[in-house]
Each structure stands twice: as C-alpha cells, then as structure tokens.
Design a protein around this ligand. Sequence first.
Ligand code: ZN
Length: 318
Amino acid sequence: MSFAPRSPDDRFVLVTEVGTRDGFQSEKAFIPTEIKAELINALIDAGVQSFEVTSFVSPRAVPQMADASQVMALIQRRPGLRLAGLVPNARGAERAAAAKVDMMACFVSASETHTQANLNKSIDAALADFAEMAPIAKQYGIPLRGAVATAFGCPFEGEVPLDNVLKIVGAYLEGGARHITLADTTGMATPPVVSRVVEATRSRFPDAIIALHFHNTRGIGLANVMNGLELGIREYESSFAGLGGCPFAPGATGNICTEDLVYLLHECGYETGIDLDALATVARRAQDVVGRALPGQYMKAGPRLKRSSLESVRRAVG
Ligand code: ZN
C-alpha cells in the first residue's frame, strides 16, 4: 500500500489546524475573542500541535481577525506547540512578533488575476512585500512559512502556470522560509494535478518542507490527501468541523475537515498525537458557535467500529 507509512520511523503526520483563521475568516458574525480562544485551547487539549491561529491583516480589511493579538494572548502555551499567524506585510510582521507567534505564514497567489482581485497588486509586488517582512521574522528569530495560494488552479484563469508556483517557492526559500504550503484555495486540486505540482516543486527545490492545504469544494479533498501520502507529504492543513467557505462558490464546503482527516490518517496507520473523539467534541461545539450544521462527517457518525443496538435500527419493510 503506497499510501501507508514507509517505515516505522515514518508514522507521524503533522496536522495543522487552520479553522480559526481560514474558517472563521469567512464567518460574517464576529465570533467573540474568548470563544475563539476557548476553542483553540480545547483543540490543544485534544492534542493538536500546530495551528494557523489568526491573521495579522488590517482589521479594516478583515474585521473577524481584528482580535489577533488578544486571541494569541489567551492561548495556553505548552512545549512543542506551534502557533503560526498569517502575515501580509511588514506591519503585520511587527504585530505578529509582538504577539509571540511561533511561525509567520505569508501567502502569494500563483495566479496574477487572483492576486489582483485579492490584494490589488501583482505577484511581483506581493513578493516585494514578502521581501520586506522576511528580515523582520529573521530579526526576531521566528521561522517563516510561505504559502502559494491557488497553486492547483484559479477560478479566474483556470490552470495556473507552474512557473509561477516555482518562482514564488524560489523567492520564499531565498527569503529564508523552509516551510512551503501548496494551497488549493478554491478547491480545484485533483490527484493528477497534485502529483504534477508537488513533483515539479520537489524536483526543483528538494530542501523545501512541503505541506498541502486542501479545500473540499468539489468533494475530493481527502482523495487529494491520499495522493499526498503516496507522494510522501507528511503535513496537511485542515479545519475542525470543516469550517470555511469559498468566496467564488457560494454554499460550497470549506477546508478539508480535521476530524475526517485524522480519522483517515489513523486508519492508514499514521499517528497524529490527536485524540479523535476529543477533537470531534470540539468540532460539535463549533457548530453551536456558528449556529448551523458544518460539513464534518466523523463528528456525526463516530468511530467505524461503534456498535449500534439492533433495536435502534429501523428495519426496511417489503
Ligand atoms: Zn484555504
């Protein structure tokens, strides 16, 4: 089974929880700071070790993330925990450093049109912003993660040029980032596309530590993870309860769901350090917080070998 661990030392997969950033960012109603922190602390208690907690964007641009520093201050830190913050520019980098993030995550879209629509600037201008913030991260000794948004397709352009992906990854590595996230921002990845982009990135930049960020917009997010496992990728980004959305596909589901991902990983023989049922409890709490059902499946169905009583089953008649 090529998706299984390759050796006894190859059992750990790092799950990076992005629900409180990527997920909450698309929630219209402001989620109170204390509730954000309560959910993150509960996820930490469930064993989640890596987060993209929040975003140090302009509070005017994204009001939901205006409490980034306050949320960071309410998180119960513990050894081994990695709290990343999304940082769009030098100003955000200073705020993130003051909030004591463990990692600064920046992003540039591989699609020129998407970058224009999203940030109102070109890819080169976005890379110039990165070049300004990278020395700030270095000055504070904070590791950098570079994300390539729309790495697997763009809702405006269709296929994105692989050369754009490689150019951005090259700029990140040159600026001191070792961690690279290839992000399927609008859910356009399929297993063959994932293979093409990951293999091209890895062959050009063998030292990059690659993570994959999938959305389940078209229902094949976990199929893409299976392909990532075959390719040897050992870090995935996901949202608890499947929080999140897609601005270009109203009503579409969001990020791949953390509980469903962890369930898949454990069934395939990987370890995540996460207590799946504790995680599912936090995911159900997320539904209460946003006031609607969320797409996560494991939190509804429970463990595979959960026994139901015969009496509880309605029998088919006829
Ligand atoms: Zn995303």
